[in-house]
Unconditional design. Structure first.
Length: 107
């Protein structure tokens, strides 16, 4: 287990982070993330969905349709759709970078 990151590796990680933040898909993700954080009605809907999900998993089967209906509405909101897409793109880029680094370790 690494307790403390080597200063050279930490510097390289900060540099990679700065470069990644210049990528369009990362900028899109960060923009949509900020918009999601500021969107009060979506934040409230997320909270309500979480509460319904908790109750549903505690055995209240009658809430399933209500939960599913609200979840569909939430997931079809344009901001949520754009956020999810941009998040998937950002994750794909970071996974690609991680795989690239990993494969170079063995060469």
């Amino acid at each position: 287990m690494v307790k403390r990151l080597n200063p050279k590796i930490a510097l390289l990680a900060r540099q990679v982070n700065a470069i990644l933040k210049q990528e369009a898909c990362i900028q899109d993700y960060l923009q949509y993330h900020q918009e999601m954080e500021r969107h009060v009605s979506l934040k409230n809907m997320e909270k309500e969905l979480h509460e319904l999900h908790q109750k549903f998993h505690q055995g209240d089967e009658t809430l399933y349709r209500q939960y599913q209906h609200k979840k569909d509405i939430y997931q079809q909101h344009p901001l949520v759709c754009n956020y999810q897409y941009s998040k998937e793109e950002a994750i794909a880029l970071m996974e690609h970078v991680s795989r690239y680094i990993s494969t170079r370790l063995t060469k």
